[in-house]
Design a protein around this ligand. Structure first.
Ligand code: G3H
Ligand code: 13P
Ligand code: ZN
Length: 282
């Protein structure tokens, strides 16, 4: 069933576990994530970036995820990941997304607050939940590229000011993770996470979680992370699945190439759900 992000994450916050938010760009990824959620009985957040919407089309994504959610035996939220323009945010709200992220993290604090507050007003009037980001992660996304030197960890005082000034439902914080593949092992600032969670007492979001060691992920969930974003690890699982066929045979039937990729992604997503502590929480 389709639910809001807030419904899923308020429960995770209260019961102290994290829910996976997986980036989806096509049917196979969506089916893999939903199958993993059903098999582990996990609530799940399907998220689409602006790049995914450009690639697949907002109407296709909306129709596919609404169908998948309707058929699913677990709660499913449809979330916009790293929304940067009012145009995309409003389009997603109008097309049935139940959660949107406004990423104004590159703006100075007062501007980020003013813009996010406006989005919250509109989204909440439509029954849609809102995520925002404070601080800067390293790494690359379609629309934003942040050098490691420009990455900035979230200030606890600014987090309080931001949440009070905007009314967001959950907050993404920077504690040392980065988008994409890591060069070395990421070192997370758990003390900062604990301080921010204690001050805010609301669902906290961790971006750039692919490649973060299992013990760090488990510690983060214990300290109050409730939404964990995964894209890269699923991309890798897809590609490995495709390669396992195309480098070992002359196969040219897309179903026989994408099928193993889908199975591989499902396996990785199930492992994440168990690691995050959300299996059995549907
Ligand atoms: O954090 C960003 C996600 O990995 C989405 O990446 O913008 O290339 O779709 P994308
Ligand atoms: P990864 O690149 O670590 O999978 O991060 C994904 C993400 O944060 C999407 O918003
Ligand atoms: Zn992200």
């Amino acid at each position: 069933m389709l639910v809001t992000g807030k419904e899923i994450l308020d429960k995770a916050h209260k019961e102290n576990y994290a829910v996976g938010a997986f980036n989806v760009n096509n049917m196979e990824i969506l089916q893999a994530v939903i199958a993993a959620a059903e098999e582990t009985q996990s609530p799940v957040i399907i998220q689409t970036s602006e790049g995914a919407i450009k690639y697949a089309g907002i109407d296709y994504l909306s129709a596919m995820v609404h169908l998948a959610a309707k058929k699913a035996s677990v709660p499913v939220a449809l979330h916009l990941d790293h929304g940067t323009t009012y145009e995309t945010l409003i389009k997603c709200i109008r097309n049935g997304w139940t959660s949107v992220m406004f990423d104004g993290s590159h703006f100075p604090l007062p501007e980020n607050i003013a813009k996010t507050k406006e989005i919250v007003k509109i989204a909440h009037a439509c029954g849609v939940s809102v995520e925002a980001e404070l601080g800067r992660l390293g790494g690359i996304e379609d629309n934003i590229s942040v050098d490691e030197k420009d990455a900035r960890l979230t200030s606890p005082d600014e987090a309080v000011e931001f949440v009070n000034g905007t009314g967001v439902d959950y907050l993404a914080i920077a504690i040392g993770t980065a988008h994409g593949k890591y060069k070395g092992e990421p070192k997370l600032d758990f003390e900062r996470l604990q301080t921010i969670k204690g001050l805010l007492n609301m669902p906290i979001v961790l971006h750039g979680a692919s490649g973060v060691p299992e013990d760090s992920i488990i510690k983060s969930t214990k300290l109050g992370v409730n939404k964990i974003n995964i894209d890269t690890d699923v991309r890798v699982a897809f590609t490995e699945g495709v390669k396992s066929v195309v480098t070992t045979s002359d196969e040219f039937d897309p179903r026989k190439i994408c099928g193993p990729a889908r199975d591989n992604m499902k396996k990785v997503v199930m492992e994440k759900m168990i690691m995050f502590g959300c299996s059995g929480k549907a």
